[in-house]
Design a binder for this molecule. Structure first.
Ligand code: NI
Length: 192
């Protein structure tokens, strides 16, 4: 089990549509080891989610876990540990919410991305069982961000106002670090 190198923006593997897993492939020793490596890699770099293409595996797998006091997103609510294979995502609410998104493949940068505030995700878990999860608020954004990786998308593709694309240290200098999602969702809504 080892932490892997994370591919950075510009690597063409991050722009590929990744392929589906067969159910019996999910429970194989090789894939279970890949899951362990994904957690180790994510934890080493302090992320709240990681998608397999980010470590050069162009397959539909992502892991998500938001811990309290996460360094990169200190005020995000804690989540369970979620392993996602072959997901499909359904928008449950057209209301958009904006967050200062970042990505381990785009180190040092953040930008405000607006996404639906509530989504349903259907997927297979690490035992290849069908699961449905409804995510709201910041967790909904994390799901959409990670699942985008499986389809070759990065958060920078989703930024409406490119002038918000900023180095983290400049955001910290310019704004308070607290998450205050305003009612009208006028940026800057939050700095997760
Ligand atoms: Ni990312």
């Amino acid at each position: 089990m080892t932490a892997h190198k994370i591919l950075k923006m510009g690597n063409p593997l991050l722009r590929e549509q990744s392929i589906l897993f067969e159910p019996d492939e999910i429970t194989s020793v090789e894939t279970q080891e890949l899951i362990t490596d994904m957690w180790e890699t994510m934890d080493e770099f302090g992320g709240v989610g990681l998608a397999a293409p980010q470590i050069g595996v162009s397959k539909q797998l992502a892991v998500i876990r938001i811990e309290e006091d996460n360094e990169r997103y200190p005020e995000a609510k804690k989540s369970e540990e979620i392993v996602i294979f072959n997901p499909t995502i359904t928008n449950l609410d057209d209301t958009l919410q904006g967050f200062w998104e970042g990505c381990l493949s785009v180190p040092g940068l953040r930008g405000i991305v607006f996404r639906p505030r509530k989504v349903q995700v259907d997927f297979l878990d690490e035992s290849a069982k069908k699961k449905t999860l409804i995510a709201e608020d910041f967790l909904a954004t994390v799901f959409q961000h990670e699942l985008d990786h499986l389809f070759g998308k990065l958060f920078i593709d989703r930024i409406d106002d490119i002038t918000t694309l900023s180095f983290e240290e400049e955001i910290i200098l310019s704004f308070s670090l607290s998450i205050n999602v305003s009612d009208d969702l006028t940026p800057p809504c939050s700095i997760p």
